[in-house]
Design a protein around this ligand. Structure first.
Ligand SMILES: Nc1nc2c(ncn2[C@@H]2O[C@H](COP(=O)(O)OP(=O)(O)OP(=O)(O)O)[C@@H](O)[C@H]2O)c(=O)[nH]1
Ligand SMILES: [Mg+2]
Length: 453
């Protein structure tokens, strides 16, 4: 047994580690994909179910209720506590939780009863700890910038804006660059003017359903990176290819500052390595816009899969060095309540297509993955036919909507085709809806189940 050769004496840190079993979940979700709502539902479920004697715990298969002595939620060291009350208050006022502007954490600690006398003597308790981190989705897509130089990033950002659908929103920015005088010195005012133009493009693209927005960190208020002092934009290759050009020099410097003082700490803290990954995906935004948006989402997801390290590492690095690769990945289509159950198979098929590129990157690694449909809060009801739904509209009227089948494949969509997303508001009885939700159980069971052998 481990403790026989490794002496935890005088070292609470290690003793602590052996008494605890840690599950670190990382939720990889683009902006507005439903992370905060998912956490709100999960915490609410755990809270109510623990008060009800742990019956129907989402962790039921893994941790039978009779083994659970006590369960509680606490902050994660170094993180603000996830603002569950604020989010519940928003729901009570029929508002969805506000977009997240900073990072928050919470952990669920499950203390197990000891059933064997000997074990009880050696290990007075065993805690199973689940850690979750919530963050603004805008931060996520910046991570791939860590491994690129300014010139590489600038070229790839420029190339992306030349493709549809980005190109459709980039015209004012491209016009501004065409007219911009790069012979003027990069004084703070001139830099601010160019960064301002670029941010306008990012904001406009975001409003129109684009997911690859770099740097997304420039889109948030004062909680994020100080883009006013250290901003940069992609530059036309005629400028960026000249490393002696004053604009290239300044942006290169700001870019390195961004990597060192923003991205690196962000990766180490917020995106530190976890062993289970939930990739939360909103397909409705893409469907709402166009097939090009869905292709763009697919590209973003595949690009993101490069950032995380996959595969189980050995016992030594896992336990002693506390390093591990991600061993389980759940690809999750969020907000599935926005589509009648009759079309859920279509949604799953679309999810599989959109994640093909990301799957290709993990396929030959020792990683278990599965695709899921989840709704954190079922905001709709079945309609009068199997292909319709009822929901509360923007002025809280109760409306029925009829749905067309989803396309067989993204490629089967015509260029103009799009599927309007249901503007479903928070229902009055949000609490029983959260508590009765079942999609999360299956997801957690997959993530916790043992696939090692
Ligand atoms: N119908 C339905 N809508 C949902 C659900 N979850 C989220 N939404 C909608 O999606 C929006 C975004 O959800 P959030 O949970 O705030 O998304 P997020 O990933 O935390 O977004 P950022 O904080 O901006 O990164 C919400 O405002 C809701 O309109 C769900 O389970 N069902
Ligand atoms: Mg959020």
């Amino acid at each position: 047994m481990i403790t026989q050769w490794f002496k935890p004496a005088n070292n609470n840190h290690w003793a602590d580690w052996f008494l605890k079993e840690h599950h670190r979940f990382t939720i990889t979700g683009l902006s507005r994909s439903g992370k905060s709502t998912l956490f709100t539902s999960l915490m609410t479920m755990l809270k109510y179910r623990s008060e009800g004697g742990y019956q129907c715990l989402p962790l039921l298969e893994y941790l039978p209720a009779e083994l659970v002595e006590h369960m509680w939620v606490e902050p994660v060291d170094g993180f603000e506590m996830f603002p569950l009350e604020n989010h519940m208050q928003a729901l009570a006022e029929q508002r969805w939780p506000s977009p997240t502007e900073d990072v928050y954490g919470f952990k669920v600690v499950v203390r197990l009863r000891q059933t064997h006398g000997v074990k009880k003597h050696l290990l007075p308790y065993t805690d199973v700890v689940f850690e979750f981190i919530d963050y603004p989705g805008e931060w996520l897509t910046d991570l791939p910038m860590l491994t690129k130089s300014f010139a590489q990033w600038s070229d790839s950002a420029w190339a992306q804006q030349m493709n549809r659908p980005q190109r459709d929103y980039a015209q004012p920015w491209h016009d501004a660059v065409a007219e911009f005088d790069f012979d003027q010195p990069p004084e703070p005012d001139a830099v601010a003017a160019l960064v301002g133009q670029y941010r306008d493009y990012l904001l406009n693209a975001k409003k129109n359903g684009i997911t690859l927005l770099q740097p997304g960190s420039f889109l948030l208020g004062d909680t994020g990176f100080d883009w006013r002092a250290h901003g940069f934009t992609p530059l036309p290759s005629s400028v960026s290819s000249d490393i002696t050009h004053p604009w290239t020099k300044v942006f290169d410097k700001h870019y390195r500052y961004f990597q060192k003082h923003w991205l690196t700490p962000l990766k180490n803290k917020t995106f530190r390595q976890a062993d289970k990954q939930i990739i939360l995906i909103d397909l409705f935004e893409g469907l709402n816009h166009s097939k090009q948006h869905l292709y763009q989402l697919k590209e973003t997801l595949s690009y993101l899969a490069e950032v995380f390290s996959y595969g189980e590492s050995g016992w030594f690095s896992r336990t002693i060095l506390r390093q591990q690769g991600i061993s389980k990945v759940a690809f999750v289509a969020a907000k599935s309540d926005l589509l009648p159950a009759a079309y859920h198979d279509d949604l799953l098929r679309l999810l599989k297509q959109v994640t093909e590129g990301a799957v290709a990157r993990i396929q030959d690694k020792p990683v278990h993955y599965e695709h899921f449909l989840v709704s954190a809060l079922q905001a709709t009801d079945p309609g009068s036919t199997s292909t319709s739904l009822r929901y509360r509209g923007t002025s809280r009227q109760y409306i029925e909507a009829e749905f067309e089948p989803l396309p067989e494949a993204i490629s089967a969509m015509s260029a103009q085709e799009h599927f309007p997303v249901l503007p479903a508001q928070v229902p009055d009885d949000y609490l029983p809806r959260i508590l009765n939700g079942r999609g999360l159980d299956r997801l957690l069971q997959f993530l916790l189940g043992d696939h090692h052998e």
